[in-house]
Design a protein around this ligand. Structure first.
Ligand code: SF4
Length: 575
């Protein structure tokens, strides 16, 4: 049996005393990144206890991250040496590292937090003003109008942020999950978010769980947060994506396989050779829509893509530390021989783009069958609008692939046949795609670039006087498509697909069109056919921060003297 001291030594230390591997007391958060670095030393120490209690049983990645956040890791002794006796049965008491809240759900969470009388939150937290911004004419006009309409809410949230030392990301700064990915998500982190697509952060190797306000208050007050130990669903990715296939198709396909209930009670953990090909933001897209199969969350093992993304988003020191910790302790990687409760395999070689909908995300149709299915189901043939963006698909990679399609059409003299809207996920993405000429290409080709916010994804879409009142089809790169979700019209059929397919479809406006195989007749009589899209995972010149007014202080300190601002006329907020 290992002594307590030896248990804390990294595996390479155990192999060679001459190794240069880090010891736990060397694992300290890099200066300036303290609030954004998971407490790795403590987590690894906890994991050593977990391993001992579970007789060194190989663990999945999700279990490692989750169990290392237990308030009392010894409590896993209830499993009698096996995590199989815990999964789906026992309740875990956990200490999350961080909380993120969006403006709609943050109101109740913060009103509850205030009643606890604490001067500051027990863990770092952030507020994101993204859900209340209407998309209509374009970013500038829409933002001014929405700030005016929702002023009392934004003022309240901002004053709470100042008083309790919570980061306040104001209206126009971006969508909660994209901002979390760019700033807070890190391999090994465990966080809660008051939004169902919080698992987006799993694309960067975190365990990130969407919760209600009361659960968030547990974490904000340092009260252990309870979760029934999830089962683990392994998704093995094999082969290589090619052509028109993108990460979105992994999750739309999986949603079709598993249905909207198939992930209930599970954490989805991806593994296999196919993972190596994915960008960090592509992995986030996949984790984001794990919510559509009802999964507790989804996550990926640490990859080179994570390391590059952390560096590209100005978190190089955290990237270096995470890489070292993973190398020395295997903390962000599943143990060899770990057991999943269920395994699904997806061959990326043969995966084709899917179109999911209408009215449920698990009705998945491969693009090659869309024409026939449209006929069978008597869906309208005409498409009335295309929308790309949202927290699911608003990365630099998504935008650059969409622009590669637009440029092909532009060269052929084609114009979009239907309205086209673009929602950048954050000020950083917006500023970067503006610098790189992508916004110019979008706008020159008729797109309306909306504010960095949720907008049409959450019913905040004003389609103007000519909004269709009856059954009509839209194509979006969003994640949800229940009735009335986008424009308030219960008859709008939202088909979820990749930004690539949405962008190609705006040039046909026709459900029967398959951009992979079909041509569009040009005015000169020639036939035009798209080539598969291409894009960059990360901008070659790096990300641009954009307008500083959208960036809050990195580690705000509480200011007890600040009064919480609740308008006396408010009919939305009340103490
Ligand atoms: S973009 Fe849509 S799915 Fe994402 S956080 Fe906003 S409303 Fe939710």
């Amino acid at each position: 049996m290992l002594s307590a001291r030896n248990r804390l030594l990294p595996r390479r230390v155990l192999q060679s005393v001459r190794t240069l591997a880090t010891t736990l007391d060397q694992i300290t958060p890099p200066q300036g990144f303290e609030a954004r670095t998971p407490p790795y030393a403590k987590l690894i120490n906890n994991l050593a206890t977990v391993k001992k209690v579970l007789n060194n049983q190989p663990l999945t990645l999700a279990e490692k991250i989750l169990y290392s956040h237990l308030v009392n890791p010894e409590e896993l002794a209830i499993g009698n040496g096996s995590s199989k006796n815990i999964r789906g049965i026992e309740y875990l008491k956990l200490n999350p590292d961080r909380v993120a809240m969006q403006d709609a759900s943050a109101q109740m969470a913060l009103l509850q937090f205030i009643t606890c009388g604490m001067p500051s939150t027990a863990v770092p937290a952030s507020i994101h003003c993204d859900h209340l911004i209407v998309g209509k004419q374009g970013a500038e006009e829409d933002l001014v109008a929405s700030i005016s309409t929702n002023k009392e809410v934004f003022d309240f949230l901002q004053s709470c942020g100042e008083k309790f030392g919570i980061q306040f990301w104001g209206p126009g700064s971006g969508i909660i999950h994209q901002i979390v990915l760019e700033n807070f998500s890190v391999p090994g982190l465990m966080m809660l978010g008051t939004d169902s697509h919080t698992p987006n952060a799993g694309g960067l190797g975190a365990i990130a769980i969407g919760v209600g306000g009361a659960d968030a208050v547990d974490a904000l007050t340092g009260t252990p947060w309870e979760l029934k130990a999830p089962k683990i669903l392994g998704v093995k990715l094999t082969g290589t994506m090619n052509g028109w296939t993108s990460p979105k198709d992994v999750i739309t396909h999986l949603t079709g396989l598993l249905t909207v209930r198939g992930g209930t009670g599970f954490i989805v953990e991806y593994f296999g050779e196919g993972v190596k090909q994915l960008s960090c933001t592509g992995m986030a897209t996949i984790c984001n829509m794990g919510a559509e199969i009802g999964a507790t969350t989804s996550t990926f093992p640490m990859q080179e893509a994570h390391y590059k993304y952390l560096h590209a988003t100005n978190r190089g020191p955290i990237a270096d530390l995470a890489k070292q910790v993973n190398k020395d302790y295997g903390f962000m990687t599943a143990d060899e021989g770990c057991e999943y409760d269920q395994v699904v395999e997806i061959d990326l070689n043969t995966l084709e783009p899917s179109v999911n909908g209408p009215f449920t995300p698990d009705l998945s149709t491969p693009i090659s069958k869309l024409k026939d299915t449209t006929k069978e189901q008597k869906w309208p043939q005409e498409i009335t609008a295309g929308l790309i963006g949202s927290c699911t698909n608003s990365s630099y990679q998504d935008m650059s692939r969409a622009v590669s399609i637009i440029k092909q059409a532009e060269s052929a003299g084609l114009k979009p046949k239907i309205p086209f809207f673009v929602t950048p996920g954050s000020e950083q993405v917006r500023a970067t795609i503006e610098r790189d000429g992508l916004i110019d290409t979008f706008e020159k080709n008729g797109a309306i670039v909306l504010a960095n916010a949720c907008g049409p994804c959450i019913g905040q879409w004003d389609r103007g006087e000519n909004a269709p009142k009856d059954t009509n089809v839209i194509f979006t790169s969003f994640n949800r498509n229940f009735r009335a979700r986008n424009d308030g019209n219960r008859n709008t059929m939202n088909f979820l697909t990749s930004p690539d397919i949405v962008t190609a479809m705006i040039y046909s406006g026709d459900m029967n069109f398959n951009p992979m195989t079909d041509s569009i007749k040009l005015s000169n009589g020639e036939n035009f056919k798209f080539n598969p899209p291409s894009g960059a995972d990360l901008p070659s010149e790096g990300f641009l921060r954009g307008r500083e007014k959208f960036y809050p202080e990195l580690e705000p300190q509480p200011k007890p003297e600040v009064e919480v601002n609740v308008s006396p006329e408010s009919d939305r907020l009340e103490f």
